[in-house]
Design a protein around this ligand. Structure first.
Ligand code: ZN
Length: 297
């Protein structure tokens, strides 16, 4: 969840659909200011953003007001605007983690922020979360799949159980150069619906087929959905995807439960390098799991 609109409308809509299918999921909330309007400036800096905006019809997905937050309008504080929602998610049995504080700042500037400012983003997010939930979050998913040695080091120092900051294939410990960081990473393994939409004429039904074919191989898969997309105009398609998965006998799990299971035998978890890569259908570059690396003993 990236925006106030996504929080207030998309999250309850997703909760309803997930409940209807008996699925417990992991939600990652950006609870700080909604500065979505600033993302418009990515047009000038990132190849592929304009094309993606057009292809996914961003104004229809996000609404005009959202696109002005942080530019023409001041960015509202997301968590404070609907303080009951995060506790409601937890009460319904979902995992509730953090998705940064200022989503746009993290997404656009993480790699240029000094480590102290990266840590401050995490601490501000954690403070807001704790005020709403009565305790700290144990999970973190980086805005825009942007992570760095500084962000992973700060998360590891703050007692998070795991992060979900990258795109990859299997859980691992992220390495940056020669430094292997200590926080478990559970990457997103599947493409997202918005990456696939309109790509060579693909529609939501192709996305469902793709997800099912990847699940067919018997390996756990991590799907990222957006409250602004699957909780918005594509809610019906998402409900159909869940229904198809259930017919196929797919078992759902929360990332935190998997993390706990994996961390029973940390020696079995590999280390792998992280690098910025371009992905089909996504503007800019994202942090991706690379080749495995030997772990220091
Ligand atoms: Zn996001």
């Amino acid at each position: 969840m990236d925006t106030l609109e996504g929080f207030r409308k998309g999250v309850p809509a997703l909760m309803q659909v997930l409940d209807a299918h008996g699925v417990k999921a992991s939600f990652f909330l950006a609870l700080g200011p909604d500065h979505s309007g600033r993302a418009i400036f990515r047009i000038f800096r990132q190849r592929g953003f304009l094309e993606k905006m057009w292809r996914t019809r961003a104004p229809a997905l996000y609404g005009f007001k959202t696109m002005c937050y942080g530019t023409l309008l001041p960015g509202p504080q997301i968590g404070a605007a609907a303080p009951h929602l995060a506790p409601q998610l937890a009460a319904a049995g979902h995992e509730v983690g953090l998705h940064g504080y200022d989503h746009v700042r993290w997404h656009d500037h993480l790699l240029n922020l000094p480590p102290a400012k990266v840590a401050r983003e995490i601490d501000q997010a954690q403070r807001t979360y704790t005020a709403l939930m009565g305790g700290p979050a144990s999970a973190f998913a980086a805005p825009g799949w942007q992570c760095s040695l500084a962000s992973r080091t700060a998360l590891a120092a703050r007692n998070f159980l795991y992060g979900s900051d990258t795109r990859g294939t299997t859980p691992y410990f992220p390495a940056f150069g020669d430094t292997v960081t200590k926080l478990l990473e559970i990457p997103t393994t599947l493409p997202t619906l918005d990456e696939l939409l309109g790509f060579h004429g693909c529609g939501p039904q192709d996305f469902t087929r793709l997800v099912l074919s990847r699940l067919d191989k018997g390996l756990p898969q991590v799907l990222t959905i957006h409250a602004e997309v699957e909780g918005g105009p594509f809610l019906g398609e998402f409900a159909r995807l869940l229904a198809r998965c259930r017919e196929a006998g797919v078992e759902f799990f929360r990332l935190g439960d998997w993390a706990q299971e994996l961390l029973q035998t940390p020696a079995a978890i590999p280390a792998a390098t992280v690098s910025l890569q371009r992905l089909p259908g996504r503007a800019g570059r994202v942090s991706c799991q690379g080749p495995q690396k030997a772990r220091p003993s």
